[in-house]
Write a protein that binds this ligand. Structure first.
Ligand code: BG6
Length: 478
């Protein structure tokens, strides 16, 4: 991967569908502004914000300004004014062809202003139920057709979850495949774009210390855990039809699993890496009607009263399951996948627990090493190991930690945000950190049967702020 990002010169128009939503407000605009200040957005850019609300350009720019100020400490006022001036607001109804004709007119006038057929990037920052509607209407308005010849490209960024089960995902993929070719489709899983997650592969494959023992002979179990203190409060209407397993299990957690478990790729091209990630996901042992009973589901108290949530909702806000892989490297190694909202802390971590060094000899105390990838906050990689306890006792040992903390190193003080990476890579056409059709299908193939079979699993209520291990032990004591 090239560490010196290059500025992009071709004129580009970014169209954001769902431009007043939570995603645009909290993630996209702060990331776009950061790219802008680093000189990494195309030098000629127009941002067209498409949403239902009745905003003028001026009022919408104030809305964006507030979103940026809320996330960034004292943004440079001159940069902010310049950035905001590239934004136009289009009031549009997603289900109305006339709105797309307006969009087509605005796009044509942008081309005219740039004096060239500009690159077009369509970002679907809307709930998944709207994807098909928007794509069909974009296509009917002729907007999915690139300029041709030397003209600019057209690309589409689709947010996760990509569909809601195997069938819906396949239908969406077929539709995208009719309108675009694969190089134009960017299926977002912003976890793939997190710096500390990208480091999993580099760390594994660049250190002779670990790669030779990266298997079931040496590793006892793996835990992939994504905890959030935040509730679903501001996103009830989006979250309630999905639940935690679809919202983050099918994508973020399985993406981390694929990077932890994949084989060495044939080269570091986007397709080679996507292929290896997909291969792992295809090797997940399907959950059957017996193993499904062990999956833990929970819902935080007060969830049903959140805005946009059905009063009788059975949606899970917490799950914990054990996955296995059927390949020679990982056979028999339990991989715990746990995620939840309204927990005691916000933390995403992967723990790789090694087997005890005794290997059954039993003549010294048994000690295990643990390697931890802290994805956020305070990104780090640490190794728990054992040393002799200073003193007269020859056998007394105690644990110590070796660690690399991103924030201790000056060159990593400016970790790019995942959405900066998503947007930048899409504009420069690099698909490595995006999910392929194969990965998406394999992930749904594992998740869909769980969704179909886990209705009878008890949905345990937990108090907001409960530590995750307490939820698990409460569940086991049911
Ligand atoms: C999103 C989920 O994909 O990821 C949210 O829809 C979740 O529910 C979010 O809160 C977490 O992202 P991050 O980058 O803040 O860890």
């Amino acid at each position: 991967m090239n560490s010196t990002p290059k500025p992009i010169v071709e004129p580009t128009v970014l169209v954001i569908f769902g431009a007043t939503g939570d995603l645009a407000q909290n993630k996209l605009y702060p990331a776009l502004f950061d790219l802008f200040t680093k000189g990494l957005l195309p030098q000629k850019i127009a941002i067209l914000a498409f949403a239902r609300r009745d905003f003028s350009d001026e009022v919408y720019r104030k809305f964006v300004q507030a979103a940026i100020v809320a996330k960034k400490n004292n943004p440079d006022p001159v940069q902010l004014v310049n950035f905001l001036s590239s934004i136009r607001y289009i009031k549009g109804i997603f289900e109305d062809d006339a709105s797309y004709r307006t969009l087509a007119d605005v796009l044509a006038s942008a081309d005219k202003a740039f004096n060239v057929c500009a690159n077009k990037l369509f970002y679907l920052a809307v709930p998944p139920s709207l994807y098909e509607n928007i794509l069909n209407r974009l296509s009917r308005s002729g907007l999915t057709i690139p300029c041709g010849g030397d003209g600019g490209w057209t690309r589409v960024l689709v947010e996760k979850p990509f569909g809601t089960n195997s069938e819906a995902a396949r239908r969406l993929d077929r539709l995208l495949g009719k309108l675009f070719n694969e190089t134009q489709i960017f299926r977002i899983d912003h976890y793939l774009a997190k710096e500390a997650i990208q480091n999993i592969l580099v760390f594994r494959f660049s250190n002779a210390l670990f790669e030779p023992i990266w298997d079931s002979k040496h590793i006892e179990r793996i835990e992939i855990r994504m905890f959030e203190k935040e509730t679903a409060a501001t996103r009830g209407a989006f979250y309630d039809p999905l639940g935690a397993l679809r919202d983050v299990g099918q994508n973020h957690l399985l993406a981390m699993l694929s990077l932890i478990a994949m084989e060495y790729p044939k080269g570091f091209s986007a397709t080679a890496i996507q292929k290896e990630r997909a291969k792992v996901l295809k090797q997940l042992v399907p959950i059957n009607s017996i193993s499904v009973k062990k999956i833990i589901k929970g819902q935080y108290a007060g969830y049903k009263q959140e805005k946009g949530v059905a009063p009788e909702s059975n949606t899970e806000t917490f799950f914990s399951l054990i996955a296995y892989l059927r390949n020679s490297r990982w056979r028999g190694v339990p991989i715990e996948l746990t995620a939840g909202k309204a927990l005691g802390e916000s933390k995403t971590e992967i723990h790789v627990h090694f087997k005890d060094v005794n290997m059954g000899r039993g003549d010294i105390e048994c000690h295990r090493n643990t390697l931890t990838f802290r994805i956020q906050p305070n990104e780090s990689i640490s190794i728990l190991f054992w040393v002799k306890k200073p003193g007269f006792d020859n056998q007394a040992v105690h644990p110590q930690t070796l660690s690399f903390n991103y924030h201790d190193s000056s060159e990593t003080k400016m970790l790019p945000d995942a959405y900066e990476r998503v947007l930048y890579d899409c504009v420069r056409g690099d698909q490595m950190l995006f999910a392929s059709t194969e990965e998406m299908e394999a992930a749904w193939k594992f998740i869909t049967p769980i969704l179909e079979k886990w209705n009878k699993n008890p949905l345990k209520t937990y108090a907001p702020g409960t530590p995750f291990d307490q939820i698990i032990s409460n569940h086991k004591n049911l």
